[in-house]
Design a protein around this ligand. Structure first.
Ligand code: ATP
Ligand code: MG
Length: 215
């Protein structure tokens, strides 16, 4: 006996199929009224804070995916990339060429590479200064703060001034925060929080990080 779904549809009797279609239709009608009601209830117009955290892959790619969407709509995007310097990541090569995107990659690399806390803090302060500029600029529709979570995780930067800057930012501005180990204060202030699970990663099977996929 086949367990294939397509086969079971092919072999089902006409009445059975009609019954299934009717049930499906009723179910979808109910679902549509629920969805329509929640769409009608969500009527506030404002920018939001999105936090992408967790150990799984997809946090920065999500931030840059949203940046592409925003640029597609003619919005202005500001990016501050903490940790990563201006080396050849695909996101830097692409977004720094976009006229509506102001891109700052201010970093000396991962903490386990620099191994120098004082210089990491000095770099973090530079990147943070640019962050505050964006958060005060009404013309910037979307701000992507890539890997900023580490600045607070390692206490390179105090979190309070950042929370204040987020609260005082222009009303329509959206901010995307990415990075592992987000502090509870960031989860609290964000409107949308996604924690990406690390179910599997190709790297652990010995597959090398790939340009265009990982960087
Ligand atoms: P991406 O930039 O691909 O969206 P990310 O922002 O979620 O990934 P980071 O923690 O910033 O993940 O890691 C950056 C790099 O490490 C990327 O090259 C990514 O593919 C890789 N990476 C992400 N998650 C894992 C993991 N669980 N194990 C090993 N490498 C990972
Ligand atoms: Mg990342």
């Amino acid at each position: 006996m086949s367990t294939n779904n397509e086969n079971s549809i092919e072999t089902s009797q006409p009445n059975e199929t009609t019954g299934k279609s009717d049930k499906h239709k009723t179910k979808m009608q109910k679902l549509k009224s629920v969805v329509d009601a929640s769409i009608a209830a969500a009527d506030k117009e404002q920018g939001i804070i999105i936090l992408m955290t967790g150990n799984g892959k997809g946090k920065s790619s999500s931030g840059f995916g949203s940046a592409a969407r925003a640029l597609g709509h003619g919005h202005k995007v500001g990016v501050v990339q903490f940790l990563k310097g201006e080396f050849t990541t695909g996101e830097f090569l692409f977004f720094s060429q976009q006229p509506n995107c102001e891109y700052h990659a201010i970093g000396d690399g991962f903490t386990w590479n620099t191994q120098d806390r004082d210089s990491d803090i000095a770099t973090a302060k530079k990147a943070y200064a640019q962050t505050e500029k964006f958060l005060q600029d009404e013309s910037v529709d979307l701000v992507v703060l890539d890997e900023i979570t580490y600045m607070f995780k390692y206490d390179y930067l105090p979190i309070e001034p950042f929370l204040t800057a987020l609260r005082q930012r222009p009303k329509m501005q959206t901010v995307i925060i990415t990075g592992r180990g987000a502090k509870p204060e960031l989860k609290e202030i964000a409107d949308t929080v996604s924690v990406i699970d690390d179910v599997k990663h190709a790297f652990r099977a010995g597959i090398k990080a790939r340009p265009g996929v990982d960087w």
